[in-house]
Design a protein around this ligand. Sequence first.
Ligand code: HEC
Length: 133
Amino acid sequence: MKKTVILFAAFLGIVACGESTRQVPANNPVSDPGKVTTNIGKELFMGNCAQCHALQKDMTGPMVSGVITRWNNDTTKLIAFVKNSQQVIQAGGDNSYEGQLYNKWYKTVMPNFGGLTDADIMLILHYCQEGGK
Ligand code: HEC
């Protein structure tokens, strides 16, 4: 009798394992790293930036589609800008791209995003660069 109970429990265990494997969706996004990258960039953009930035039109801040190209692919500087825009603007001076941008945007100060990692910011920037694709 005891043996039967143990066997039955083991059988249930096997069935449960089978179930949990089957529950993983076939299109699990983790198996598609490209997709995950896009989604994280989008999520972070929506959560932190979208109240001021749109991909294809100016709002409180400039439209951000193609932004990496506008900064001549200088992602190091772009990351620094997102973390502390005023520091980059002051270092560049009035005649720099960022200085002129700041003046063009009526000296609206963009908030600092020191809490985002470089990797997070890169995901956001790529999402922006590609215009949300
Ligand atoms: C409160 C509004 C606001 C928020 C929120 C905001 N920005 Fe900005 N952003 C601006 C403004 C205004 C500018 C124009 C430059 C300036 O005035 O400093 C700007 C400029 C930029 C630029 C340069 C654009 C260009 O055309 O060269 C980038 C890149 C950028 N922001 C990225 C981000 C990212 C990434 C986030 C979210 C993590 C973000 N911004 C959140 C207001 C904002």
